[in-house]
Design a binder for this molecule. Structure first.
Ligand code: GLU
Length: 428
């Protein structure tokens, strides 16, 4: 890396998560002997847009000022694709790291996109609905020249939802003068959103449970699952796991969680959260546990489905699960990953495990471009097919290279991207 663009530090993108993402990339690039000219281009995002903008509080005279980001990691594969997160600590480095992960994710499941990610540094729970709408519309306006159905297609991520995507679609459409559903995915179905998009990440993850359990030497019948995070990913992963015959013994969110060895009624827990906003106070016939204890239960499978950096060298040695399936982005640090590998724990990495979300986003985009909508059966069937094919391909790379699944998945993703970049050549 001595001649690297990153010599002297990561500079603008400096953040622990970005360091991890580059570290992970470098390890795999070395392993496959990646052309250094290509590697150099992939270490840094192609476009990083950082904006500041004002928004009026509900009290008309009060004006807030916010940071917004949109990072497009790679423009060689087609339009860029990735979510927008609203969180109080979002920064350029985090968004850049997540954009890089999106590149690998799309390449691993074979979607015609490069990776992107966006964010606004704001706590969405502290905003009223109308403030959230104004923030969203102004942020969209600030980045409007960089998004579009053929340029960059945002989607939900932490702290954003279907309604936020609806406002983005409307703001963009107002500016160009006609409706452009394909500018974002994860929209309400009434605006051209896809059925089954909301459940897609959780369902996609759980569709890999039988094959992943086999790898971990676990019997699938009545397999026990603990889930960290009960938002859009965790709750639908829990539901799908239960519907598939697994026993969901632990769930949690920021307010804490619950353990019930007999199995939690997931629909009941979802109804509680819909009424009370969080799992706070929920027992579901079991015992209250902390949000951290969910990692340490005796469940056979652990699904981290909330935020990044939660499985670290501090708790990786104490995890009892034999199989970890990552629904969140970047939940496991590099150091924790090494510990888990040494302990023989099978890890289905985020870039494979949670790719169901962007896969159904891809279906949504295709449906919007064609103005022709598919049935839920078609969508779920195609999702399963793409997920299981990607898993099989990653497995065979893992066997050939004698590596863990994360390394194998990254080998697959990075190779595909490198092939495309070499085939395109350099302009001028
Ligand atoms: N934010 C999700 C992810 O990290 C979905 C992105 C998309 O649908 O474009 O994969």
């Amino acid at each position: 890396m001595s001649h690297s663009i990153l010599r002297g530090g990561l500079r603008e993108w400096e953040s622990p998560l970005y360091q991890e993402a580059v570290g992970q990339f470098d390890r795999v690039a070395d392993l496959i002997g990646l052309d250094e000219n290509v590697a150099e281009r992939l270490r840094v995002p192609q476009r990083s847009i950082m904006v500041t903008f004002p928004y009026r509080h509900d009290d008309y005279d009060e004006v807030g000022s916010l940071f917004g980001y949109r990072v497009q990691h790679l423009l060689s594969m087609g339009p860029t694709k990735g979510g927008i997160r609203y969180a109080p600590d979002v920064n350029l480095g985090e968004v850049a790291a997540l954009a890089m992960l999106m590149t690998w994710k799309c390449a691993i499941v074979g979607l015609p996109f490069g990776g992107a990610k966006g964010g606004v540094r704001v706590d969405p729970t502290a905003l009223s609905r109308s403030e959230l709408q104004r923030v969203t519309r102004r942020y969209t306006t600030e980045i409007i020249n960089f998004i579009g159905p053929n340029k960059d297609i945002p989607a939900p991520d932490m702290g954003t939802d279907e309604q936020v995507m609806g406002w983005i679609m409307d703001t963009y459409s107002q500016q160009v003068g006609y409706s452009v559903p394909a500018v974002v995915t994860g929209k309400p179905p009434a605006l051209g959103g896809s059925v089954a998009r909301r459940e897609a990440t959780g369902r996609g993850l759980v569709s890999l449970l039988p094959v992943a359990a086999l790898q971990a030497g676990l019997a699938t019948d009545g397999i026990t699952v603990a889930i960290h995070g009960f938002g859009n990913v965790g709750r639908y992963a829990a539901l799908a796991a239960q519907q598939g015959g697994a026993k969901v013994v632990a769930i949690s969110d920021v307010s804490g969680g619950v353990f019930n060895g007999k199995g939690i009624d997931v629909a009941d827990a979802m109804a509680w959260v819909d009424r009370n906003r969080s799992l706070e106070g929920y027992t579901g016939g079991g015992d209250r546990i902390s949000n951290e204890e969910v990692f340490l239960t005796d469940a056979e499978v652990l699904m981290p489905c909330a935020i990044g950096g939660v499985i670290t060298d501090a708790n990786a040695g104490d995890i009892n699960a034999r199989l970890i399936m990552e629904g969140a982005n970047g939940p496991t640090t590099l150091a924790a990953d090494r510990i888990l590998n040494d302990r023989g724990v099978v890890v289905v990495p985020d870039v494979l495990g949670n790719a169901g979300g962007v896969t159904v986003s891809y279906f949504e985009w295709v449906q919007d471009l064609q103005n022709y909508f598919w049935s839920e059966t078609e969508i779920v069937g195609r999702l399963r097919e793409i997920m299981s094919r990607a898993f099989d391909e990653v497995m065979s790379i893992a066997v050939v290279h004698k590596t863990d699944l994360r390394t194998a998945a990254l080998i697959k993703g990075i190779r595909r991207v490198a092939d495309a970049k070499l085939a395109r050549g350099i302009f001028p």
